[in-house]
Design a protein around this ligand. Sequence first.
Ligand code: EPU
Length: 427
Amino acid sequence: MSRLIVRKSEGLFGETAIQGSKNAALPIIAAALLVEGQTVIRNCPDISDVRDMMRIITGLGCMCELHDNILMIDSGNVTGNTITDKAASKIRSSVILAGALLGRCGEVSIAYPGGCNIGERKLDIHLEMFRKLGYYVDEGEDCISMRGKINTDVNIRLPFKSVGATENGIISSVISDDRLVIIDNAAREPEIVNLCRALNDMGACIHGAGTDRITIRGVKELRSSKVLVDSDRIVAGTYIAAAAAAGGNITIKNVKRDFDSAILNKFREFGVRFRFYQNEIAVISHVKDSRKADITISTAVYPGFPTDMQSIIMAVMTKRADTGVIVENIFENRLKNVEMLNRMGAQITLVDERTAYVSGVEVLRGTTVRALDLRSGAALVVAGLMAEGYTMIEDAEYIERGYEHIDTNMRNLSAKVEYDVAGTTEH
Ligand code: EPU
């Protein structure tokens, strides 16, 4: 078990460069399976979800190497088309390999991913979409088997803007005999735009990414290429949250000029100000002017407020908001961190599975808490920056699934965050 110690930090200063996006890198890695050759993925985050995905595709016959954030994948020799139980439970997003294996091999068998800490994560939208694309889908007892190829032009309308289903739909339609696939009500997240740009760099013919109608004209094959992962808007949002919590002036580098405005606008409500430069944002946060008025968060698909920022902003609200309401509309189990924050002295009431009321408090106190999933773990780091004494975060491996070196990056911003390497610190 890895444990992070976070001490109260009075003001963050300095700069940090934002890593590549996990949720863009993972589908791009899956897409690389379509190439009978090499794909070089630049700005790939070195996080445990990426390492797990590399292990899974190595098991399918690919060769992968990740050094200095450059991931080289050679998919010249894909020999497997089965996603085992172990792989599916390790990273839920391994489901996006289904579309890649269908596109590459015309056949896939995938274990049921089951529920996870943040929700049930059903596959019904994915499977219905694969059926409409013309694939034969057999929902067996232990695994789902699919096979076939796209033989006609198809227009699909997703019942919900699922990120994963949109990605699977795109990836599985890229290679065909000139067939036209139109996906309506597609997810519009920047990570989808990044995936489509990478696929087009590989030779695919995709239009409309970033809108809710994506069209894919099938091509015969993809070519070896170099593609780029954009920076991670949720990681950037986490460092902004850290500054909103602890105060200070920080610069986040390697961010896109059109950074997610739903995130920025919410932090503006706390009084945080931003200055924009070419690829940098200066974050100015004066926390001394008392708690900010009511904050309401209601998570939604892009361009709404992202569910992945919800627990992180909840942590900021515990001390920096007067009152607040949080409604989680995307995942049904993503308010569980309330228990951990309340252990630290926060006053959050769960009204139901999806709604929480926050009453801002004067003082949070450091204690032992546990990361329940990736984002709740990051939220505890943010809360720890405001808490008296120190906060011990157990099960910090969850944070490593999505954050590169959160300890050193936070220290570069003069926050006091370190791993409990010796395992001797106790509350
Ligand atoms: N859903 C269904 N049926 C389906 C697919 C989805 O009911 O067939 C439901 C899910 O259970 C969930 C909701 O729809 O309640 C949203 O699911 P979606 O498919 O949009 O999400 P995802 O592809 O599973 C990705 C990210 C998540 C992020 C969500 C929403 C990756 C690898 N994961 O998940 O990221 O929260 O989109 O933006 O891209 C994270 O980074 O911490 C994380 C969980």
